[in-house]
Design a protein around this ligand. Structure first.
Ligand SMILES: CC(C)(COP(=O)(O)OP(=O)(O)OC[C@H]1O[C@@H](n2cnc3c(N)ncnc32)[C@H](O)[C@@H]1OP(=O)(O)O)[C@@H](O)C(=O)NCCC(=O)NCCS
Length: 184
């Protein structure tokens, strides 16, 4: 049994993201400080654009975790639309049926992060479980850098399985494309 205080979790749609944008960006800037400083793709302006694009998708949801009024971390994602290009950078051969996105089947988790001083207390797990709690989709997907040991270990311990390597853009790294059955 964890002796850490439980998170207070709030759930938001696109309007909620807009209302909390400053806190979300500040958390991102802290967790990804090195990347923000060195890689234009991680600039706050570019990240803000990606957030707004995610928020415009059907099935978008943001969960935020608080201790008191302090934001500990957040997770967000959206439903893959019919014919989604999510799997178009797949590097491995898999059963094509696994890649058939019909607009109802799969929720994608785009982001999950916990501020460093709050890690290893089960808070990422709480955000993950809250994000997936009342989804209608039958499975979830995410992309993880295979060298991201904490995240990879977390997903494997939470029941995720690797489908194959995915390179979303020609110049991006190859990520592990992961799936979790939601049993809906
Ligand atoms: C990945 C991340 C979200 C995990 O957050 P967290 O709150 O520490 O995770 P939890 O406490 O819920 O840990 C769950 C499990 O993950 C694994 N794990 C987490 N950190 C780990 C580490 N440093 N090394 C090995 N395993 C780790 C463990 O299996 C852990 O369970 P345990 O503590 O009972 O052993 C956090 O490290 C983070 O924000 N990293 C930076 C952002 C990031 O990489 N996000 C994922 C992008 S795909």
């Amino acid at each position: 049994m964890s002796h850490h205080p439980d998170l207070r979790i709030t759930t938001h749609d696109a309007a909620g993201l807009a209302a909390h944008m400053d806190d979300v960006l500040a958390t991102f800037a802290e967790v990804y400080a090195h990347e923000v400083a060195t890689d234009p793709f991680f600039s706050l302006a570019r990240y803000g654009e990606r957030l707004n694009a995610y928020a415009s998708r059907a099935g978008f949801s943001l969960v935020m975790g608080y201790l008191g009024n302090e934001l500990v971390g957040y997770a967000l994602g959206f439903r893959l639309p019919a014919g989604s290009g999510w799997w178009s950078g797949l590097q491995d051969h898999v059963d094509p049926e696994m890649l058939n996105e019909d607009g109802t089947r799969t929720v994608a988790i785009c982001e999950i992060m916990v501020r460093e001083q709050f890690r290893r207390r089960g808070y990422a797990r709480r955000l993950h479980d809250a994000f997936l709690h009342d989804r209608t989709e039958s499975r979830a997907t995410l992309l993880v850098d295979p060298t991201n040991t904490p995240a990879k270990a977390a997903y494997l311990s939470w029941g995720w399985q690797r489908l194959g390597g995915v390179r979303p853009f020609a110049d991006s790294p190859t990520y592990d494309g992961m799936l979790l059955t939601l049993g809906r």
